[in-house]
Design a binder for this molecule. Structure first.
Ligand code: PLP
Length: 459
């Protein structure tokens, strides 16, 4: 079928994530992938600058995963893992994760994706405090610019207001504190570092709300969809201190940062901090099949296992512990280990960041940041004031298009070009990716400046 015909049928029958028909004009039909490259139905190749949606860690076209799925589906594609039933792939995967994740986290529940994992974390935090006789500890604190998914409670924890208005009211009991953004956080306390000052915002919020009402604080080790915000090194140690002091569970949202993306298996490994709950999705199967989940610390596991049967952890999904998905995850982890892709993400990430820093000399590049193969370039109208271009200039959309035109597919969030290619991306592909980002920014910014000058002349 031609692209036009495909798109007409798409328009007639499909609603997309973040749906609006205006996107059709620039929609591509993706048909295949190999390594870090993806191909559309005209045969044009692009560097996959965001590894699908931050998830295709082992790269495209790995038939080992298809073979693993085929074998498991031919044996037992699915049966329920509700209490009273189990299956070998789920058992093996949980055991394997206990060896890879934070030391005190050894017990896992599986979901089908990130938002279900957020819901599970929030409910588990509330369950824990109720089981300990503290039923008023129900609130969840997250950060501005956080992304935790878009089911109703997850959307309420997500700190990007663009996702809220058409679906409000949000779930009560969710509130946000400032993100530890080294570029934009204003540190009003001269006595402490930016990282500690940003973490202290959590303490202020807990005290304002009353510690007896707060169940948990959820944070991505590196904020992804909010523009790749890498916290200062002293942020999470102080967060851990605050959570422990006020009996607030720390939930690490490792949905993007898990499975090697940042050069470590899980994001908080960089900071020597252990969460009480960790959640994952995306990279656990490199996106080849949907799977997510949470891990709970031994302390939480003992409480979950210790309640009477009538007060059980009454939480479930049909596809929890799905044997085929767990088999694919095991095959994916085999590849991550065998090809040392976690270490490679650290090395390639260092190269990526060093090359991207070369763009900081451009007038319109305000900030470059990254950790492992997760980076962003923030485009601004004015470097001194850090002012963004006005929304009417449409910089994000134009940048996305300009990069596609040059052979790079990625997303732009709040004028931050987000970069998170597969962990198998070669040095040559990384260099090419950076060239395209610089070139696209140069072209789009000239247009945006002209737009601003015309708008100023008119007013
Ligand atoms: C950190 C984080 N948490 C949760 C989610 C939600 O995952 P899903 O889209 O699978 O529901 C995402 C998705 O991008 C994410 O980046």
């Amino acid at each position: 079928m031609s692209t036009r015909a495909d798109l007409d049928t798409d328009q007639a029958h499909l609603l997309h994530p973040l749906h609006h028909p205006s996107a059709y004009a620039s929609t591509r039909v993706w048909v295949s992938g190999k390594g870090a490259m993806i191909t559309d139905n005209t045969g044009r190749e692009y560097i996959d600058g965001l590894a699908g949606l931050w998830n295709v860690n082992i790269g495209h076209g790995r038939t080992e995963l298809a073979e693993a799925a085929h074998k498991q589906m031919s044996t037992l594609a699915f049966h329920s893992a509700y209490a009273g039933g189990t299956n070998e792939p789920a058992i093996r995967l949980a055991e394997r994760l206990s060896g890879l994740s934070y030391p005190s986290i050894n017990t896992f529940f599986f979901t089908s994706g990130g938002a279900e994992s957020s819901e599970t974390s929030f409910k588990t935090a509330r369950f824990y405090w109720k089981a300990l006789g503290k039923p008023d500890k129900i609130k969840v604190i997250s950060r501005h610019r956080a992304y935790h998914g878009l089911t109703l409670a997850a959307m309420s924890a997500t700190g990007l207001p663009a996702f809220w208005p058409m679906f409000e009211p949000r779930t009560p009991g969710f509130l946000h504190v400032d993100a530890p953004d080294p570029y934009r956080f204003v540190n009003a306390d001269a006595n402490v570092s930016l990282g500690v000052a940003a973490a202290n915002k959590l303490e202020e919020a807990i005290l304002r709300e009353g510690p007896e009402t707060v169940a948990a604080f959820i944070a991505e080790p590196v904020q992804g969809a909010g523009g790749v915000i890498v916290p200062p090194a002293d942020y999470f140690p102080r967060i851990r201190e605050i959570c422990t002091k006020y009996d607030v569970l720390l939930i690490s949202d490792d949905v993007i940062t898990g499975f090697g993306r940042t050069g470590r298996w899980f994001g908080l490994d960089h900071y020597g901090v252990e969460p009480d709950i960790m959640q994952f999705a995306k990279g656990i199967t490199s996106g080849y099949i949907p799977l997510g989940g949470i891990g709970v610390s031994d302390k939480l596991r003992d409480v979950i296992n210790g309640v009477p049967a009538g007060k059980r952890w009454m939480h479930a999904f049909t596809y929890s512990g799905h044997p085929t998905c767990c088999t694919v995850a095991l095959a994916n982890i085999d590849i991550l280990e065998r090809e040392q892709l976690v270490e490679r993400a650290g090395q390639s990430g260092a190269r990526l960041l060093q090359k991207l820093r070369g763009l900081e000399s451009m007038d319109s590049v305000g900030h470059v940041r990254g950790l492992g193969l997760m980076a962003a370039v923030e485009v601004v109208a004015d470097k001194t004031t850090k002012q963004l271009f006005p929304p009417a200039a449409g910089v994000a959309q134009k940048l996305t298009e300009a990069m596609l035109d040059r052979g790079l597919c990625t997303r732009v969030a709040m004028d931050c070009v987000c970069i998170a290619p597969p962990l198998v991306t070669t040095d040559a592909e990384i260099d090419r990716l950076v060239d395209i980002v610089g070139d696209a920014i140069g072209a789009v910014v000239i247009e945006a400046q002209q737009h601003s000058a015309t708008a100023a002349a008119r007013s």
